[in-house]
Design a protein around this ligand. Sequence first.
Ligand SMILES: NC(=O)c1ccc[n+]([C@@H]2O[C@H](COP(=O)([O-])OP(=O)(O)OC[C@H]3O[C@@H](n4cnc5c(N)ncnc54)[C@H](O)[C@@H]3O)[C@@H](O)[C@H]2O)c1
Length: 337
Amino acid sequence: MAGTAAALTANSTVGDWLDHPEGGQLLRGLLAQSGMDADRLTPVRGFALQQLVELSQGAVTQDVVDDLVLRANGGVAPEDTGEVAGWRERIVPGRFDGRTVVVTGAASGIGRATASRIAREGGTVVAVDLAAEPLQALADELGERVTPVVGDITRVEDVERIVAAANGQVHGLANVAGVADDFTPVHEVSDAVWERCFRVNVDGSFRLMRAVLPAMLAAGRGSIVNVASEAALRGSAAGAAYTASKHAVVGLTRSAAFMYGPQGIRVNAVAPGGVATGMRPTSASEFGQGRIAPLMALIPPVATAEQLAASITFLLSDDGVNLNGAILPSDGGWSVQ
Ligand SMILES: NC(=O)c1ccc[n+]([C@@H]2O[C@H](COP(=O)([O-])OP(=O)(O)OC[C@H]3O[C@@H](n4cnc5c(N)ncnc54)[C@H](O)[C@@H]3O)[C@@H](O)[C@H]2O)c1
């Protein structure tokens, strides 16, 4: 490996950096300054170093990355080849041409990446979220293909406004908005956490499905993708409230898939594993954390929001033609552990 330091750039993966004799030393030294061990980077080994700037939400600055790259290359900036390590999103031009898709949770994380991909593949997106500013930023970035609707999916009036914004033409629905819990097991769950998880994750998704289905039934076609979770597949990925709510999302998906399949409407779900987004569950339970933490240390690396959007848009688009009622784990293989 000696003598290959010049190959390290901001686009090399964190894994490449850690495995490199000089790069690894530099990165470990940087972490040590903040009292952190290199193990903290295990979940993001497959990400380019550059991606840490966004993912760390300010903890790793662009200056820090630039400085690391310079030091790993003897003070000389390496040539930027434009090559990015790891997976890259590949746009399928025209895949959503002529389609209007409602995407909830579009201001952040998986919903934002999904809305963006659909718009860049020719679709019209009704982008829904509680958060007005980042939603407007998405619309400004993507232009007229995106209609932002600031609203709460748990409120019937807001759901009516969302459907109205689609002008009676809803070809697709991506129910992405959701909230996490606090890792509490049943005997510690507060009513507030339980009710919030069910209100947003279950009631909200249900209300939007109910609101868009008449237009889909009239058109004789439609595609719905609900975002479940690894917590919909097992009992060890979250607390009781989130786990139960995401199991309910699976039930909603399967029931609708069965009911509407003959009418040309496909209803599927994606079950994400760990994804680097704005969702940062906090643990309010030593008991819950004690049970879950040892298993979390063994799960596959986290994915990016764009990687989840790839799974969601696959199911939403005609590429998912023969899939109805599928619960697709998009988790790097966590579900087979
Ligand atoms: N991040 C993960 O590791 C992970 C893992 C499994 C499943 N998921 C699921 O993926 C989905 C997206 O999560 P994310 O990780 O992108 O999180 P995120 O927090 O980045 O985005 C969720 C968005 O939903 C919006 N939202 C919340 N409640 C809403 C409401 N009532 N009405 C309208 N908008 C609302 C939020 O404002 C936010 O912008 C969720 O359903 C979540 O449960 C995430």
